[in-house]
Design a protein around this ligand. Structure first.
Ligand code: ATP
Ligand code: MG
Length: 333
């Protein structure tokens, strides 16, 4: 099997715990990966004065594939969110967040299979904020043709390639007629290139309601940065929580894979974090590297452990720790 070298960022909170678990499983599955591992985040900043060491950036620029665990941006350091910075610096414009029901995890919702494409580089995340005076602040929402076109193409391209039937554009163009109106107009322009895929648009508040009433009606969703942030936490709730929602962040040149959840400081160091979202992100990375067979093998092992239900972490209603859950997956491999 071809050996690939990837860059790994071990972040804060539960980051190190879930990274160790995932690398152990990747090795046990014979993924054929070499790792360049860097500590990033608050602890690194306190010791060396940088949240991400220069060598970490250089490694990612060389390997072009990054497996990144959650990072907390320390408050009061004057830094923007590290996550936002990485997405912008490497132009990782397409954030894909697949939320699929797992029959082994009981939730009030069944047969959810929603793939969300979230624009990752502009919108209210552009960081154009000003304090006009003591009592007034402005934050500017930026929507461009270039960034809208490429995320919408990514969504339709995915739908076409994977036999998905429908792409729903989510916006608030009834209020933000110019910015969200532009996004929606571009959506319908691009949709003409994909006649096999049905195109529809819906207003974000309505989508929030419909996702909870009838999530099965949704297939692929494409949306702006902020709506995607909020709605993907919602879709994680439909399938059993943040511990189960992976993601990829793709650009033309670089790819970054991470769990949707944050560093979960409330449970850090307790050995009970659920590594599944990060593990499934690693599976998306394996697929990106052309290692589909290893990804399938790992996904099967996870499904089996979830189905057995005897080694689940507390967020899924179990009493096992990260270690037991990880060992059970390795046994299934
Ligand atoms: P951030 O600002 O870093 O995004 P956040 O405040 O959004 O952080 P998360 O870290 O995403 O919060 O966590 C939200 C809740 O979900 C917390 O109660 C956390 O314990 C729980 N949670 C998140 N990830 C996991 C996980 N992998 N396993 C178990 N619980 C988790
Ligand atoms: Mg969060």
């Amino acid at each position: 099997m071809e050996k690939n070298t990837i860059t790994v960022f071990k972040g804060d909170g539960i980051g190190p715990e879930i990274t160790d678990a995932v690398l152990k499983i990747l090795d046990a599955a014979g993924a054929g990966l070499e790792y360049e591992i860097f500590r990033v985040g608050a602890a690194e900043y306190e010791e060396n004065g940088a949240l991400i060491p220069e060598a970490g950036f250089a490694s990612f620029e060389k390997n072009r594939v990054l497996l990144k665990s959650p990072i907390t941006t320390p408050l009061g350091t004057g830094f923007r969110s590290l996550n936002v910075m990485l997405r912008k610096k490497y132009d990782l414009y397409a954030n894909m967040r697949p939320a699929r029901s797992n029959s082994a995890v009981k939730t009030p919702f069944e047969n959810v299979d929603i793939v969300m494409f979230r624009e990752n580089t502009e919108d209210l995340y552009a960081g154009v904020e000003t304090q006009v005076d003591q009592d007034t602040a402005h934050s500017i929402k930026i929507i461009t043709r270039k960034c809208s076109e490429r995320i919408i193409r990514a969504a339709f391209g995915y739908a076409q390639k994977n036999g998905r039937k429908k792409v729903t554009c989510v916006h608030k163009a009834n209020i933000m007629k110019i910015s969200d109106g532009l996004f929606r107009d571009i959506f319908y322009e691009v949709s003409k290139e994909y006649p096999q895929v049905q195109a529809e648009d819906k207003i974000v508040d309505n989508v929030a309601m419909q996702l909870v009433m009838q999530p099965q009606k949704f297939d692929v969703i494409v949306t702006e940065n902020l709506y995607g942030d909020i709605l993907s936490d919602l879709t994680s709730g439909l399938i059993g929580g943040l511990g189960l929602l992976p993601s990829s962040n793709m650009g033309e040149d670089f790819a970054m894979f991470e769990a949707v959840h944050g560093s979960a400081p409330d449970i850090a160091g307790k050995g009970i974090a659920n590594p599944t979202a990060f593990l499934w992100s690693a599976c998306m990375m394996l697929e990106h590297l052309g290692k589909q067979e290893t990804a399938v093998k790992i996904r099967r092992a996870v499904d089996e452990v979830l189905r057995q239900g005897t080694a689940l972490t507390p967020d899924l209603g179990g009493t096992a720790g990260t270690k037991e859950y990880t060992e059970e997956i390795i046994r299934q491999l």
